[in-house]
Unconditional design. Structure first.
Length: 131
């Protein structure tokens, strides 16, 4: 891969992240009421979904055994993200829910390829990390 291709991929990823953040702010700038997307919901399933739905954090496992957290990248690139929940895996994430069943995921998700998004899922909402 050439340096030019690397540069173009990085620029495309940065543009996708910028566009996703802009879409969230645009209604407020145009004088409309700020629109907040509904919080993420959690869905427990037995297998990794082929096409994860936006706004859903899937917890894949059986019974008390949880293997993966899966979600669609919130930047708009559409990539499925699969995070390990296995205690002996590195890196690994942890899913918690509040009394309403609204999920949080920790630590942050920091994509090092593709769109290069970096965010937290806290109390069902995406919190973008500044670059």
């Amino acid at each position: 891969m050439t340096a030019l291709q690397d540069g173009l991929r990085a620029a495309r990823a940065a543009l996708a992240t910028w566009w996703a953040q802009l879409r969230g702010r645009l209604p407020r700038w145009l004088g409309g009421a700020p629109t907040k997307p509904p919080p993420y919901r959690i869905e427990r399933i037995g297998e990794v979904p082929d096409d994860p739905e936006g706004g859903v954090l899937y917890v894949v496992g059986e019974g008390a055994h949880e293997w993966y957290a899966v979600m669609r990248c919130p930047c708009g690139c559409g990539e499925p993200l699969v995070m390990s929940l296995l205690t002996d895996a590195r890196p690994r994430w942890r899913v918690t829910t509040d009394e309403r069943g609204v999920p949080s995921l920790s630590p942050s998700v920091n994509r090092r390829v593709g769109c290069r998004s970096h965010f937290f899922l806290r109390e069902g909402r995406i919190a973008w990390c500044e670059r």
